[in-house]
Design a protein around this ligand. Structure first.
Ligand code: SF4
Ligand code: SF4
Ligand code: SF4
Length: 156
């Protein structure tokens, strides 16, 4: 059996608890103004119909509307600074700025936790910190695909 990694929406409880609580109602996806939540499909009845996010298609912007509306509290209504959906990893060998081609600040400028989750070393070079929420915005906007968001959970 293979394990699949994916991001859950922000505030998602630990996976077992999340699955026990999630009603598969889709309200989180309906309320998301950025259309980034889609419902898992497939034959596993415990996972099919639960929400997930693929940052390459559409990242989360940490507006927190989904966790506010979740009727079962499978998504906890936590402050965005406490969200840990995953962690962005930046490959310096692919980054325009680290390679000295151009000064690109796309990931830094668009990060919802700008200056906290991404900082600029020496005022120029982007670096991810431990405050990263894993929202995937930086991965989505990077023109070099230099960033990958690693989810905090594995789902079988
Ligand atoms: S926090 Fe906002 S942008 Fe992110 S998944 Fe929830 S509703 Fe969508
Ligand atoms: S560093 Fe990237 S993944 Fe982390 S919070 Fe900022 S935009 Fe989101
Ligand atoms: S968006 Fe990509 S290329 Fe631009 S600074 Fe960030 S990691 Fe580098």
């Amino acid at each position: 059996m293979s394990s699949k990694r994916f991001l859950r929406p922000p505030g998602a409880r630990p996976e077992r608890e999340f699955l026990a609580r999630c009603l598969q109602c889709g309200q989180c996806a309906q309320v998301c103004p950025f259309y980034c939540i889609y419902m898992h499909t497939g034959f596993n009845p415990f996972i099919s119909g639960t929400p997930q996010i693929d940052p390459r298609k559409a990242p989360c912007h940490l507006c927190m509307h989904c966790s506010e509306i979740c009727p079962s509290n499978a998504l906890e209504n936590v402050p965005k600074e406490k969200v840990r959906m995953g962690r962005a990893e930046l490959d310096r060998t692919k980054c325009h700025t680290w390679q000295g081609f151009i000064i690109c600040r796309s990931c830094f400028e668009r990060c919802p936790l700008k200056g906290r989750a991404i900082v600029l070393e020496k005022g120029i070079y982007p670096a991810i910190t431990e405050k990263c929420a894993g929202c995937g915005v930086c991965e989505h906007v990077c023109p070099k695909k230099a960033i990958v968001t690693i989810p905090t959970r594995f789902v079988t």
